[in-house]
Design a protein around this ligand. Structure first.
Ligand code: TNX
Length: 540
C-alpha cells in the first residue's frame, strides 16, 4: 500500500513538473504550493505599504510600469491591485507571495524582501517583464500559489576583479543587475592589484595616474611565450570617488552591499610603482605586465608604509558604508622581507621567531593584519582576509575567505572565526566551464562546469553544528586576467551564476540538478531578453 501511495505521489510530481504551472524560479523558493486556477496580471495596479520604504515603493512602481508596457494593458484596467504588505514578523530577507484567483499579495519586512518577492514574480511571468518590450500575446497570468521563501545563507557574494581588466561604472551596474536577478546580496569589489590601482584616493592622486597604467600586457599565458602586446593599458581606467558613491547607492537600491578590497601587503605593485619608497628595495618597480605573484610587496618594517595604508583605508571607510573591509592578505611572498633591514628590525622588535609551523616573516604578516584590524575597528569596521591570514597568528576578529579549497575555511571555523566559502575548486568563474577547452575563450585553466558549481555543499558533514554556524555564506570570484571584455565576462558568468545562486539560497533538500536544468530553459530566455552572452553547454 505504502509503495502504491508513493508511486502515485511520484506520478503526480511528474505531472506537476511538466505542467505549465511549474514554478521555474532560480534560486528555488523554500516552499511552493501550487493550486488550481490562475490570475491575469495584465492591467493590474500595484500598491506598497509605505513602511517598507521609498526604495521598495519605487521598485514596485518599476515592476508595475514594465507590467503595463509589456502586457500593453493599461494600469488599473483589470481592477486587480497587487499589494505589497508589511509583515514585521518576517526576517530581513524573507518574503511570501500568495496568489488566488482574485488577489495577489506579497509580504516582507524590508526592502530586500520586497525586491525578492518582485524578482520571483518576474521569473513567473513572460520574459518581456524584464525589458518592458510589448508582448500582448503572452500569457500574463500567475498560477494560484503560496510561496514562502528565505535564504539559507546570509552572505551571498560575487567578486569582480577590475584591476587586471577594467569594467566601467555602467558595466559594474549591469553586474549588480545580474546579482539582483539571482538574489545575491554582496558585491566584493577587487579594486587594487599588481596590474592596476582603480580607486581614487584624494591624498595620493598619483595612485590612479601612474598606478592605473601598465606599459603593456602579456599575451596569453607565461608558458605560451607569446611576449607582450606593446600597448599601454589602464589610462583613465579608475573610479572617481563620486563614481564609487554612485555604484554603492545603485547597489543599495538593489539590496546589495558593496565590500571593497584593498589587497595588502602583497599584490601591491601598482602602489610600489607609484611610490617606490613603500617597498623593501626601493625599486624601481613597474605596474605589473604579467599574471601571477610578484616577489615585491609592501615593506611593512617601515612605519611610513603603515601610515600610507591607514590614509588609504580612511578614505575607503568614508566611501563604503559596509561593515566589512576586505584587506586581501593572499599570495604575499616573504623573500624581500627576509633580507630587508627594516622588516628584520621589526621582527626583532616584536620578538618573532621561526617555529615548526611558520616563519618569523609569516608572523610579520599577521602583525600587519592585526594592526590594520585594530585601525579599522576604530572606524567601526571589521576585516575579511583571504585564507593566508591564518598563517602565523590569525587576527582575533577576522572573517576568513577560503579560496584555496575549503580547508582554510573549515580550519578557521574550528578556531571560532566567521568564514565565507569561495573555494577555487567550485566557485572560480575564471576557470573553464567545458572539458574541451579548444572552443572556449582562453582562461586561467581549471575545469569548473555548471554541474560542479551546483554540486557544492558548503557545510560538509565533518563540521560540527557550532562550526557550521560560522559559515556566513558563499561567494564566487571573477578574476579578470583573461577576461578582457564584457562579452567574455558574461560568458564566464552564465549560467554558473544561476547554479551558484541555488547553492547560496536553497536548502539542500530543495536542490535538484535535473530540475535546475529544466528551469534553465526559462532563465536562458531571460539572459537573452537582457542581451547577455552565455555558455550553452548545459542548455542545448
Ligand atoms: C589567485 S584568489 C589569486 C588572484 C588570481 C587568481 C587567479 C586569490 C586570493 N588570489 O590574485 O587572480 O588566483 O585564479
Amino acid at each position: 500500500m505504502r509503495i502504491l501511495v508513493s508511486f502515485i505521489a511520484f506520478l503526480l510530481s511528474l505531472q506537476f513538473l511538466s505542467a505549465k504551472t511549474a514554478i521555474d524560479v532560480i534560486p528555488c523558493p523554500a516552499s511552493v504550493v501550487v493550486s488550481e486556477g490562475k490570475l491575469s496580471m495584465a492591467g493590474a495596479r500595484c500598491k506598497t505599504d509605505s513602511r517598507l520604504g521609498k526604495t521598495a515603493v519605487a521598485a514596485v512602481k518599476d515592476f508595475e510600469e514594465n507590467l503595463f508596457r509589456a502586457s500593453t494593458v493599461k494600469k488599473g484596467k483589470s481592477g486587480l491591485v497587487v499589494s505589497f504588505e508589511m509583515a514585521s514578523e518576517m526576517s530581513d530577507e524573507e518574503y511570501s507571495i500568495s496568489v488566488s484567483e482574485k488577489t495577489v499579495v506579497g509580504k516582507a519586512s524590508s526592502l530586500k524582501g520586497v525586491l525578492y518577492a518582485i524578482e520571483t514574480m518576474k521569473q513567473m511571468l513572460p520574459v518581456a517583464i524584464y525589458t518592458g518590450a510589448p508582448a500582448p500575446k503572452e500569457d500574463w497570468s500567475l498560477p494560484c500559489v503560496e510561496i514562502k521563501d528565505k535564504p539559507r545563507f546570509a552572505y551571498r557574494g560575487l567578486l569582480l576583479d577590475v584591476s587586471r581588466h577594467f569594467f566601467d561604472v555602467e558595466q559594474v551596474k549591469k553586474y549588480m543587475d545580474f546579482m539582483a536577478l539571482h538574489k545575491l546580496n554582496t558585491f566584493h569589489w577587487h579594486l587594487t592589484d599588481d596590474q592596476g590601482w582603480r580607486v581614487e584616493i584624494k591624498k595620493y592622486p598619483e595612485l590612479t595616474q601612474k598606478g592605473a597604467v601598465r606599459k603593456e600586457t602579456i599575451i596569453g599565458r607565461w608558458a605560451d611565450k607569446k611576449g607582450f602586446d606593446g600597448t599601454p593599458y589602464g589610462e583613465g581606467m579608475w573610479y572617481s570617488q563620486e563614481q564609487i558613491r554612485e555604484v554603492v547607492d545603485y547597489a543599495a537600491s538593489k539590496g546589495i552591499e558593496v565590500i571593497p578590497e584593498i589587497d595588502l601587503p602583497g599584490h601591491m605593485l601598482a602602489a610600489l610603482a607609484t611610490y617606490p619608497e613603500l617597498g623593501c628595495t626601493g625599486g624601481p618597480y613597474e605596474v605589473c605586465r604579467w599574471w601571477g605573484v610578484s616577489k615585491d610587496v609592501l615593506c611593512v618594517g617601515k612605519e611610513s608604509t603603515m601610515v600610507f595604508l591607514e590614509n588609504v583605508l580612511s578614505e575607503i571607510c568614508e566611501l563604503f558604508p559596509s561593515k566589512y573591509i576586505h584587506i586581501g592578505g593572499d599570495e604575499c611572498p616573504k623573500v624581500r622581507w627576509q633580507s630587508c633591514p627594516h622588516c628584520q628590525a621589526k621582527i626583532r622588535e616584536l620578538g618573532y621567531r621561526d617555529d615548526i609551523n611558520h616563519t618569523a616573516e609569516h608572523y610579520l604578516q599577521s602583525y600587519v593584519t592585526k594592526r590594520i584590524e585594530d585601525f579599522l575597528a576604530t572606524k567601526g569596521k571589521s576585516i575579511i582576509g583571504w585564507d593566508e591570514i591564518l598563517e602565523g597568528e590569525v587576527a582575533p576578529d577576522a572573517t576568513v575567505m577560503s579560496w584555496r579549497g575549503t580547508k582554510g575555511g573549515i580550519a578557521a571555523a574550528r578556531l571560532g572565526h566567521d568564514v565565507i566559502m569561495a573555494p577555487n575548486t567550485y566557485c572560480y568563474f575564471n576557470y573553464y566551464q567545458a572539458k574541451d577547452q579548444s572552443k572556449e575563450p582562453l582562461a586561467r585553466g581549471g575545469h569548473t562546469p555548471v554541474s560542479k558549481v551546483y554540486s557544492y555543499e558548503p557545510l560538509p558533514d565533518e563540521m560540527t553544528k557550532e562550526e557550521k554556524s560560522h559559515i556566513l555564506g558563499v561567494q564566487a570570484c571573477m578574476w579578470s586576467e583573461y577576461i578582457t571584455d564584457w562579452g567574455t565576462l558574461e560568458y564566464m558568468l552564465f549560467p554558473r551564476l544561476s547554479a551558484l545562486s541555488e547553492v547560496q539560497w536553497c536548502e539542500p533538500e530543495n536542490k535538484n540538478y535535473q530540475t535546475f536544468i529544466r528551469k534553465m530553459r526559462h532563465m536562458a530566455k531571460i539572459y537573452e531578453a537582457l542581451g547577455c552572452n552565455y555558455s550553452t553547454h548545459i542548455i542545448n
